[in-house]
Design a protein around this ligand. Structure first.
Ligand code: PLP
Length: 400
């Protein structure tokens, strides 16, 4: 009999973590590799946040807390939702876990029965379909086409809903495309959801603070308050505060759901690190001054990358509203041949050959459910990005 459980056998390892590991390995072998695979801000965690963690250690805040987060952090999260999103949650409606990823997993494990469907708009963050599978549910992929800004159209949502649909997952701004939904676009999706009261909404707002130009960020519970009793609003400190290693994510939602999620946490992880929780309190309650500065730096990088990719032979790159990703199309390169004689038959071959020829690590669109594209994370310095885009241009021009 197989060592692997049948539930895990349905799951693939994370493609983005695999690309990052591959780039690290080639680097260790002495290759000159630029990794644009990881979804992680290159900025450091702000000093005041680090200090709050150090102070917590010195105060002896090093013990178990409540399984789904300590009251001080839940209060800071309640205040954040009120201040930034116009959402009113009670502390009893807040869940804290070791990252946004486990928040989402806890919600899925708490609610899915075999055969339950979860609508996952593609291009999707790599973990959604696999977390659904691991939780025993069935991911139902629907596509947001490039011509629609990679966003889910209301009629496509309507057609995907069945009596077995438990959740719709929304992610705005999106990993991997950077696309963000306008208020009107969210309202159109809310209209569909109003016709289907059995469908819950999980909105992953991890990149909320990274929107550019005059784009106005909104989340669905804010613009459709009538849906709040079936909406889980997920967020975290990883991306906004450059705290990926601290592992704190959180959500606000209806108390019956939050109670179930706490039950999952109480028998699996128990609480997220007490020290990280104190750091997150400072992140949310302390100064927010560095957010606009960092956002401006990301916006500049986005513009640099979009412009350089659009100058590459056979590539086209849409300008996304937010996050720190772009999702260029390689449609113009399909069928061409590399100098070493490999035919570019799709984005997986493209990514592998780009890494081979130029040492630039990107993630193939196949991993995100929409080809032929690839994802670049531009959360790295301008100098590195310019060099990476120059290499991509050279690679694209070398194809015959
Ligand atoms: N949601 C999205 C869309 C993400 O891109 C990520 C991280 O890459 C997460 C959630 C997970 O965040 P965390 O590191 O807090 O688990």
């Amino acid at each position: 009999s197989s060592l692997q459980s049948s539930a895990l056998a349905r799951v693939k390892p994370s493609a983005t973590i695999a690309v990052t590991a591959q780039a690290r390995k080639l680097k260790a072998e002495g290759r000159d590799v630029i990794g644009l695979g990881a979804g992680e801000p290159d900025f450091d965690t702000p000093e005041n946040i680090k200090q709050a963690a150090i102070d917590a250690i010195h105060r002896g805040e090093t013990k178990y807390t409540d399984a789904d987060g300590m009251p001080e952090l839940k209060k800071a999260i309640v205040a954040k939702f009120a201040r930034e999103n116009g959402l009113t949650y009670d502390v009893s409606q807040i869940h804290v876990a070791p990252g946004g990823k486990p928040v989402i997993f806890n919600a899925l494990v708490a609610t899915l029965n075999p055969g339950d469907e979860v609508i996952v708009p593609a291009p999707y963050w790599v973990s959604y379909p696999d977390m659904v599978l691991l939780a025993g549910g069935e991911p139902v992929t629907v596509v947001g086409e490039e011509k629609d800004g990679f966003k889910l159209r209301p009629e496509v949502l309507e057609a995907a809903i069945t009596p077995r649909t438990k959740w719709l997952i929304l992610n705005s701004p999106s990993n991997p495309t950077g696309a963000a939904y306008t208020q009107a676009e969210l309202q159109a999706l809310a209209d569909v959801l109003r016709r289907h009261p059995h469908v819950w909404v999980l909105t992953d707002d991890m990149y909320e603070h990274l929107v550019y130009g005059d784009f106005e960020y909104t989340t669905i519970a804010q613009i459709a308050p009538d849906l709040i009793d079936r909406t889980l609003t997920v967020n975290g400190v990883s991306k906004a505060y450059a705290m990926t290693g601290w592992r704190i994510g959180y959500a606000g939602g209806p108390k019956p759901l939050i109670d179930l999620m706490r039950k999952v946490a109480s028998q699996t992880t128990s609480n997220p690190t007490s020290i990280s929780q104190w750091a997150a309190v400072e992140a949310l309650n302390g100064t927010q001054d560095f957010i606009p500065e960092r956002k401006a730096a990301f916006e500049k990088r986005r513009d640099l990358v979009v412009s350089m990719l659009n100058q590459a032979t056979g590539l086209t790159c849409a300008t996304p509203e937010g996050a720190f990703y772009v999702y260029p199309s390689i449609a113009g390169l399909i069928g061409k041949t590399t100098e070493s004689g490999v035919v570019i038959d799709g984005d997986s071959t493209f990514a592998a050959e780009l890494l081979n020829a130029e040492g630039v690590a990107v993630v193939q669109g196949e991993a995100f459910g929409l080809s032929p594209y690839f994802r670049i994370s531009y959360a790295t310095s301008d100098v590195v990005l310019e060099e990476a885009c120059t290499r991509i241009q050279r690679f694209a021009a070398s194809l015959r």
